[in-house]
Design a protein around this ligand. Structure first.
Ligand code: AMP
Length: 225
């Protein structure tokens, strides 16, 4: 059985990049709620049409929609082995719902990772971030550039900027983070499940620190449950 991990941090802290690597390390799926929503928008599904405006403005989608979406995702077979959750929970009701959902299956989270990074650093990262439209991997000129400029290392697709990485939405998303999501640090710290890692370093250094912190926490969590 693999670990159950939640990633926390301001947009641009590196949750997607590190989450992908953690998923590979522990052999569990990375579940990114932002990514699921962006795919729904692109495919113009009923969900996508409902949430498109909120996404583009950098505002949160309602707890009700998000909790239903994650409940459905958590009922699939692949997450029985564990998961890395990126982008959920983002509010206290979502965090409580996740605990409830896992509790119904006699499971718990092993650890919530808080990736810290100064606001000026994440704002600069988001302003220059590019994403692969096929595999959703993200790239950045500061330490995470692709091998061939403008093309994804995995599949060679042309990289694009996310619509909500424009300066107005970035500002909004950072504001929303401090208003709604930062409180989750205390939520998980209070229940002894928080691991804090400095995300203001190059991706390899951050990953080494994460792996060192998580191997212990995951093993302890497994023994405790
Ligand atoms: P992300 O890719 O995590 O930055 O998410 C992109 C956008 O998807 C956010 O700005 C929100 O509009 C929406 N979103 C993703 N996850 C959630 C969530 N757990 N609660 C509310 N909105 C979300």
């Amino acid at each position: 059985m693999g670990p159950r991990i939640v990633l926390l941090g301001v947009p641009g802290a590196g949750k997607g990049t590190q989450g992908r690597r953690l998923g590979e390390r522990y052999g569990v799926p990375l579940v990114g709620t932002g990514e699921i929503l962006r795919e729904a928008v692109t495919a113009r599904t009923p969900l996508g049409l409902r949430v498109q405006e909120r996404l583009e403005q950098g505002l949160l989608v309602s707890d009700e929609i998000m909790i239903d979406l994650v409940a459905e995702r958590m009922s699939r077979a692949d997450v029985r082995a564990g998961f890395v959750l990126d982008g959920f929970p983002r509010t206290l009701p979502q965090a409580a719902a996740l605990d409830r959902l896992l509790g119904e299956r006699d499971l718990g989270l092993h650890v919530a990772v808080y990736l810290s990074a100064p606001v000026e650093v994440v704002a600069a990262r988001l302003a220059t971030r590019l994403e692969c439209p096929v595999c959703r991997r993200t790239y950045n000129p500061t330490g995470a550039e692709p091998a061939r400029a403008g093309l994804c290392d995995n599949d060679g697709a042309a990289l694009v900027a996310r619509k909500d990485d424009d300066p107005v939405s970035v500002h909004q998303r950072i504001d929303v983070y401090f208003r709604e999501t930062e409180v989750l640090r205390d939520y998980y710290r209070g229940s002894g499940r928080l691991v804090e890692v400095d995300g203001d370093r190059d991706p390899d250094t951050v990953f080494a620190a994460l792996a060192a912190a998580l191997d212990g926490a995951v093993a302890a969590g497994r023994n405790g449950r």
